[in-house]
Ligand binder design. Sequence first.
Ligand SMILES: *Cc1c(COP(=O)(O)O)cnc(C)c1O
Length: 228
Amino acid sequence: MDSAATALSHVRGEIARACKDAGRDPASVTLVAVSKTFPAEAIEPVIIAGQRVFGENRVQEAKGKWPALIDKHPGIELHLIGPLQSNKAKEAVALFDAIHSVDRTSLCEALAKEIDKAGKAPSLFVQINTGAEPQKAGVLPQDADAFIKACSATYGLTIAGLMCIPPVEEAPGPHFALTAKIAARNSLKLLSMGMSADFADAIALGATHVRVGSAIFGTRPPFKGAEQ
Ligand SMILES: *Cc1c(COP(=O)(O)O)cnc(C)c1O
C-alpha cells in the first residue's frame, strides 16, 4: 500500500480513538487532509484510499492541481485553510467548498459579492487569532462576537463555524477551548481546529474539522513565501 494511504488509515484510527475517549460519534469529526505543497501524484493514492475532503492553503496552487483530480474522482470536497486575498475571492468561491479563513470586513464584502454572482456559497469559517499573534491572520478574540454578527447583519453571509491555529510554542488546549467558547455563545456549530500534532486534543475540546497534513503526506518540502 502507498505510504500516505497507510498513514491515512493510521490517522483515521487515531481520530476514532479520540472520539471514543471523548464519548463522541466519529461521524461528527471530518478529516481534512491537508495536501498543500504535494503534487497530484502524491494526492491521488489518498483519494483512492477513500479520502474525499482535502485542504489547501493557496488559491493559485489549488487551481493548478485540483480541477483535474476533481473531474476524475467524484465527490471531492476542497477546503481553503490559508489566508485569502479579497482579489482572489471569485476564484476561491468557484473552486472551494469551504473557506476557513474569513477574518476581515473587506474580505466579507468581496465574498458576499462573489457568492451572489456565483449563486453558490462555500461553508464559511471565521478564523480567530486566539494567541493575538501580530504575524498571524484572524480576528482577535475580543472582536469576534461583533465580527461574526457583522458577517450576517452587514454582509448577509452565513457563518458555519470558527477556525483557529494556536501559537506553536504554547499548549493548544486553552486556544481550542477559547475557540469553542466563542462558537457556543454565537450559536456556531462547526469548529476547525487541530493539526497533525494535536488533533486528538482538539477532538476532546469539540473539533468538528481536523486539518491534518504531515501525519498523512509526510514532511513538506521547503515552502517559499509566507505561511501561517
Ligand atoms: C499546513 C496547515 C495544516 C496542517 O498542518 P500539519 O501540521 O502538517 O498537520 C493545518 N492547518 C493550516 C491552516 C495549515 O496551514
